[in-house]
Design a protein around this ligand. Structure first.
Ligand code: FES
Ligand SMILES: [Fe+2]
Length: 382
């Protein structure tokens, strides 16, 4: 099915009405912005429309470069139903289709290091660049192994993150990230080393977690013990946004010492805050002088997501005990957010979940940025 056919079959009158409503909500004046009504987070046909448009065309963070440090290192994942192998081939990091060209078996599971991928069904063997190397007993004259290379998707790395796009004609990632360098470059994000990763299934819509992570309005209320002491709501401050991202600063109170010097080029001010940014559609990240936490959101249905999160530390400044404390802290923070989002998800079918007024730029300006981006992408998918 080509993309054109795919879109038109998904464009029901209801989806069309919701697209127009999204455009209207996103165009609200800066001092009267609003959130989306509940059905934007529950409607399965609308979710399928999003999958075929804004999600399919987006760049998705799938991990950190140092997870695949050695040649032959690979991880597997499913992105919008597409099974992928992210592998460090001789020529760099690639996103291969994890679907055997014989009869469609998944080639690899989990993660590891390999020189070849051998299909567990009939043992076709592929190199790490996807070339079919061997297909036992395939003596029929009409068989040409050259036509059986594994599928491949666009894959790029920036700031130590690996990005994949499922579209044949991906957007210019650098254009989408213009302005991000000024925001996070001094932290040297590529020099953080991964210390932890975990995956969970949450009962929430993918947009809810983007919005939740990216607004400082809830910090003191939802995280009184875990975050309020360092990043109270009252010190939230809207920061830069660009074509494909938004951000805010979660500033620390003045009397609190910073937690690690981090990169040498950081200002004292930068050491006294966490910078939270989202690279749309599905990456949300907090970067501070010594710690980098990223949540990679993988939409599964309108009401469920897989969340893979990673924690990385700058250099060797933090000892093992401190790192373990930070992991435990972030487990608590994620649980606190998850509890709220899962309860909220169950309220979204109410006729009174009509989308309320948003707080000002420092508190929920990032949510409005996200809605603006969604509406802009949607207008392009026509
Ligand atoms: S499905 Fe892979 S070798 Fe048959
Ligand atoms: Fe939170």
């Amino acid at each position: 099915m080509n993309e054109q056919v795919n879109h038109s079959t998904l464009m029901t009158p209801r989806v069309e009405a919701m697209r127009q409503e999204l455009a209207l909500i996103a165009s609200a004046p800066q001092d009267a912005t609003r959130g989306l009504p509940g059905y934007f987070y529950t409607d399965q046909p609308y979710f399928e429309y999003e999958c075929a448009t804004v999600l399919k065309s987006g760049w998705h963070c799938v991990g950190r470069v140092d997870e695949l440090a050695g040649i032959g290192d690979y991880i597997t994942l499913s992105l919008l139903g597409e099974p992928l192998i992210i592998v460090h081939d001789q020529s760099g990091i690639k996103a291969l289709s994890n679907v055997c060209r014989h009869r469609g078996m998944r080639l690899a599971e989990g993660s590891g290091n390999t020189r070849r991928f051998t299909c567990p069904y009939h043992a076709w063997m592929y190199s790490t660049d996807g070339t079919l190397l061997r297909a036992a007993r395939m003596n029929n004259k009409g068989f040409d192994p050259k036509t059986c290379k594994l599928g491949e998707f666009a894959c790029q790395t920036r700031y130590g993150f690996i990005y994949v796009c499922l579209n044949d004609t991906p957007h210019d990632l650098d254009k989408e990230l213009t302005g991000l360098e000024k925001l996070i470059g001094a932290y040297e994000p590529e020099n953080y080393r991964i210390v932890h990763s975990a995956s969970e299934i949450w009962k929430t819509n993918w947009k809810c977690l983007v919005e939740n992570f990216m607004e400082g309005y809830h910090l003191s209320v939802v995280h009184p013990e875990t975050l309020h002491g360092y990043t109270p709501t009252g010190l939230s401050e809207k920061a830069a946004s660009g074509d494909g991202f938004t951000s805010y600063y979660a500033n620390y109170p003045k009397d609190i010492p910073y937690r690690g010097k981090g990169a040498p080029g950081l200002t004292d001010k930068a050491r006294h805050r966490s910078t939270l940014f989202s690279i749309f559609p599905c990456q949300v990240t907090s970067i501070a002088s010594s710690l980098l936490v990223t949540l990679m959101i993988r939409p599964l249905t309108a009401e469920t997501i897989e969340v893979r999160w990673t924690m990385s530390a700058y250099g060797n400044e933090l000892d093992e005990d401190t790192i373990n404390q930070r992991i435990a802290l972030w487990e608590d923070v994620n649980r606190e957010d998850r509890e709220k989002l899962e309860i909220m998800q169950s309220s979204f079918r109410s006729i009174h979940a009509i989308g309320g007024p948003l707080a000002g730029p420092d508190y929920e300006g990032t949510v409005h940025d996200f809605l603006l981006w969604l509406a802009k992408q949607d207008s392009h998918s026509n």
